[in-house]
Write a protein that binds this ligand. Structure first.
Ligand code: F0G
Length: 370
């Protein structure tokens, strides 16, 4: 069956039992789980091992969701969401986005022959994501405001105009993203890790993976539910602030971070994410932009590469191991949410190894031999 080739639809009984003729799939998923710990990294992969060394972890895996068709984990939710839109006979779908959801929505809507309309915070979406979204044919509304304003607006617009909303408020998006959890457990032969670490913005992904772990446990596929560590950027940390106050109240902030994907001040899936953290004895941590960029450099130089928001995962691992929250011999899986090519932050150390030189040997020698 064609659906068996998708890392989402392979688990359809647990996600969405849609008739095959309605399913919109690339296929997606089947992303690699790289062993990068000091003990489990294959001998000779010196670059990859640097990641485990930086984290201080012996048994560490990175699951690269940037290997999905549009370059981010969003494709997992979008295949389910657009399939549902297709079953409902929707002719137009919409979302607000910091760039990855919009690119994924545009790609899947195009495949289904639907109109897509996306609301983006003007000037705050990485150029590669914006170009990708427009190339797939989405009607792109850049609003003068931040992501949180775009999110509010898209809900109003969808209600008013009868457009099918495909933000992670949409339960079928979350159902599709559960496949990240199922797939990583299967790759580990259903031996659940002690910890799962991921970047947290609008809080849809933690809701999805938390739900997947719970379902796998209830079905006796695993005997232990991994603890989840949600990592926020320090300048966009409403979930962290709420966690610090034992979740007594919901917090919203004016967000700022170099990791534009998670530049979100008022996450829509707050309630679901909070329930997940409480149920799995999870934690919420924050890392600075400097820590995010330092972690990104390690991941990029290892040859794996990721976008800035994804590097919050390694920055978080580094910090939590140093603080003794995560023990160095625990089994840890980190999610890399987006591809390196998605977001080229300029002016960071990565650019040190580049120069424009005159086309002659002397100039090249001067650059290489210093
Ligand atoms: N990492 C990347 C690369 C993202 O694009 C996002 C969210 C996250 C992490 C956070 O995931 O929102 O489920 O907590 N991007 C959304 C978007 C907001 O519009 O592309 P989350």
């Amino acid at each position: 069956l064609l659906l068996d080739y998708s890392g989402v639809w392979r688990y359809r009984e647990l996600i969405l039992p849609a008739p095959e003729r309605y399913v919109i799939t690339r296929p997606e998923g089947n992303t690699n789980l790289y062993p990068v710990g000091m003990e489990n990294c294959p001998v000779g992969r010196i670059g990859h091992r640097q990641i485990g060394t930086y984290a201080g972890l012996e048994l560490f895996f990175l699951k690269h969701e940037g290997e999905n068709p549009s370059g981010s984990f969003k494709d997992r939710g979008m295949t389910a969401g657009v399939t549902m839109a297709n079953m409902l006979g929707a002719s137009a779908v919409a979302c607000a986005s910091t760039g990855n959801t919009s690119a994924s929505l545009a790609a899947y809507a195009a495949q289904a022959g639907m109109r897509s309309i996306v609301f983006l915070p003007a000037g705050n979406v990485a150029a590669g994501k914006l170009a990708q979204t427009m190339a797939y044919g989405a009607t792109t509304v850049q609003i003068e405001g931040d992501f949180d304003a775009a999110m509010q607006l898209v809900e109003q617009v969808c209600n008013e105009l009868g457009i099918y909303l495909l933000n992670s408020l949409n339960p079928f998006r979350v159902e599709g993203q559960k496949a990240i959890g199922f797939e990583l457990l299967q790759q580990l032969d259903w031996q659940a890790p002690d910890w799962l670490i991921l970047p947290a913005g609008n809080l849809g992904n933690i809701s999805a993976i938390g739900k997947a772990f719970r379902q796998a446990y209830d079905l006796s596929l695993i005997t232990q539910i991994p603890r989840i560590a949600a990592i926020q950027a320090a300048g966009a940390n409403p979930f962290y602030q709420s966690y610090q106050q034992q979740f007594q109240k919901r917090v919203s902030v004016k967000a700022y971070t170099v990791a534009s994907a998670i530049k979100i001040g008022n996450p829509v899936s707050y309630a679901r994410a909070r329930a997940v953290i409480e149920a799995c004895d999870g934690i919420v941590a924050q890392v600075t932009d400097e820590e995010i960029l330092a972690a990104k450099e390690i991941i990029d130089r290892s040859g794996i590469g990721c976008e800035p928001a994804s590097a919050a995962t390694l920055a978080g691992a580094h910090k939590l191991v140093a603080e003794g929250v995560i023990k160095r011999d625990e089994r840890v899986v980190g999610i890399l949410t987006g591809n390196l090519l998605k977001d080229n932050v300029t002016g960071i150390p990565q650019q040190r190894n580049s120069a424009v030189v005159k086309p002659n040997l002397d100039a090249v020698r001067a650059m290489l031999v210093q």
